[in-house]
Design a protein around this ligand. Structure first.
Ligand code: GDD
Ligand code: MN
Length: 355
C-alpha cells in the first residue's frame, strides 16, 4: 500500500484534477491520498472531503498547527502504507511520475523527483530564479557534506520507505522537509528521477522571499546537528595554535640557529616555521577535528592538507591584491584575506582531505 501525502493551503481548485490524474497514474496500485490542510480559507478541506466519495482520500484539517513541513510530518504519522509519497497539490508535480518513483524505490530507500538531473527541468523560470535555486542548493551541498552527491535535495516531490522516517525526530521548522529527511533519516541509498517542474494549475504560490533566510537558518541548524559547526570551531582553535607555533619557530631559527643579517636566512627560517605550523595543525586536526573521518591513507591526508594550505594562501593573496585596488588599507585587506583563506582551507580539508 502506498500513502500519498499532499499538504494543502488554498488549493481547492486543484484537487479534482490532482486526484483524477493520480488515480489514472496509479491504476495498478493500492493507494491512499492523505490531504493535510491547515484550515484553508478557501475550504480546501471541504472540497477534499467531497471528493473522498469518488477517490481514496483521507482529510486531516488542522486548526492549531500550521506550516508545510509540519503538515508533511503529520501525514507520515497518519499514513498506513509501507511507502510514502510526498507531493504538492498544484500539479507542478506531475502525478504521472509517481510510478517511476515507485520503481526506483525497488533499489533504493528514497527516490527524489529531481529538476536537476539529466532529463529534468523547470518550466518558465527567469534565469535569476534558476540561479537563486541552484545557488541555494550549492550552498547546502557545501555546508552539509552528506548531501553532496544529491542534485535536488530541496525538491518537494519524493517517495520513501516508511522505515526511513519512522521513529526519527524531524524538526518541522524549515520548509525543506526533504533536506531534513536526508540528514536525519535512516537510509542507505537515494536515487533521483528526472521530471519537469511545470506551472501551477490554479491558485498561487505560498512560499515567498522570506524563505531564503529561513533556508539558511535551516542549513545552520542541520550543520549543528551534523556536528559541522563544532568541527569549524575546532579547526579555528587548531589554526590559532598554529600561529603560535609559527611565530615561536621563526624566532628560534632567526635568533638561535641562522643568526641575524642575510635576508635569505629570514626566508628559509620563515619557510621552515610555516611547515612546522602546518604539521602542527595537521596533527591536531587529524587527532581531534576530523578524527572520525580518517579514511584516506595518512600520506594522502598529509598531501591534501598541504594542498589546502596552498589553496588558502593563494586565495589570501588574491583577495589582498584585489582589495588594495579598491583603496582598502593593507592591514584590513590582509585580515579579510585571512578570513577567506580560513574558510577555504576548512572546506577543502572537509571535502577533500577528510572527505
Ligand atoms: N498544510 C500546508 N500548510 N500546506 C502548505 C503550506 C502550509 O503552511 N504552505 C504551502 N503548502 C502546500 C501548498 O498548498 C502546495 O500544495 C505545496 O505545499 C507547495 O506550496 P507552493 O506554494 O506551491 O510551493 P512552491 O511551488 O513555491 O514550492 C515548491 O517547490 C519547491 C522547489 O522549488 C515546493 O514543493 C517546495 O517544497 C519546493 O522546495
Ligand atoms: Mn507550487
Amino acid at each position: 500500500m502506498i500513502s500519498i501525502i499532499v499538504p494543502t493551503y488554498n488549493e481547492r481548485e486543484n484537487l479534482e484534477e490532482l486526484f483524477k490524474r493520480i488515480s489514472d497514474a496509479l491504476k495498478d496500485y493500492e493507494y491512499e491520498i492523505i490531504v493535510v490542510d491547515d484550515d484553508s480559507p478557501d475550504k480546501t478541506w471541504e472540497k477534499a472531503q467531497e471528493l473522498s466519495k469518488s477517490y481514496p482520500v483521507r482529510v486531516i484539517r488542522r486548526t492549531k498547527e500550521k506550516g508545510l513541513s509540519s503538515a508533511v510530518i503529520r501525514g507520515f504519522k497518519e499514513a498506513e502504507g509501507e511507502i510514502f509519497v510526498v507531493m504538492d497539490a498544484d500539479l507542478q508535480h506531475p502525478p504521472e511520475i509517481i510510478p517511476k518513483l515507485l520503481n526506483a524505490l525497488e533499489k533504493a530507500d528514497i527516490a527524489i523527483a529531481s529538476r536537476y538531473v539529466k532529463g529534468g527541468k523547470v518550466e518558465n523560470w527567469y534565469w535569476w530564479r534558476k540561479i537563486i535555486s541552484k545557488g541555494a542548493i550549492m550552498i547546502g551541498r557545501v555546508a552539509l557534506p552528506k548531501i553532496r552527491g544529491i542534485k535536488d535535495p530541496v525538491s518537494g516531490f519524493f517517495a520513501l520507505r516508511r522505515e526511513v522516517v519512522e521513529n526519527v525526530n524531524l524538526n518541522p521548522v524549515g520548509f525543506k522537509i526533504l533536506l531534513e529527511i536526508l540528514i536525519k533519516g535512516n537510509y542507505s541509498k537515494v536515487v533521483e528521477v528526472p521530471f519537469t517542474f511545470g506551472l501551477r494549475f490554479a491558485g498561487e504560490s505560498k512560499l515567498g522571499k522570506k524563505q531564503i533566510f529561513n533556508y539558511l537558518k535551516h542549513l545552520y541548524r542541520l550543520m549543528r546537528w551534523e556536528g559541522e559547526i563544532d568541527r569549524f570551531l575546532k579547526f579555528a582553535i587548531v589554526g590559532t595554535t598554529g600561529i603560535f607555533v609559527n611565530q615561536f619557530f621563526l624566532w628560534l631559527f632567526v635568533e638561535k640557529i641562522f643568526g641575524k643579517g642575510a635576508s635569505l636566512d629570514y626566508l628559509i627560517a620563515n619557510i621552515l616555521a610555516t611547515e612546522l605550523a602546518i604539521l602542527n595543525n595537521f596533527t591536531w586536526n587529524d587527532l581531534w577535528t576530523f578524527k572520525d573521518l580518517r579514511r584516506a591513507p595518512l600520506y594522502k591526508r598529509l598531501f591534501n592538507f598541504h594542498l589546502a594550505a596552498l589553496t588558502g594562501a593563494i586565495v589570501q593573496w588574491v583577495i589582498f591584491i584585489i582589495l588594495l585596488q579598491f583603496g582598502i588599507h593593507y592591514l584590513i585587506a590582509n585580515l579579510i584575506g585571512i578570513g577567506f583563506s580560513f574558510v577555504v582551507r576548512f572546506l577543502v580539508n572537509r571535502h577533500v582531505t577528510w572527505g
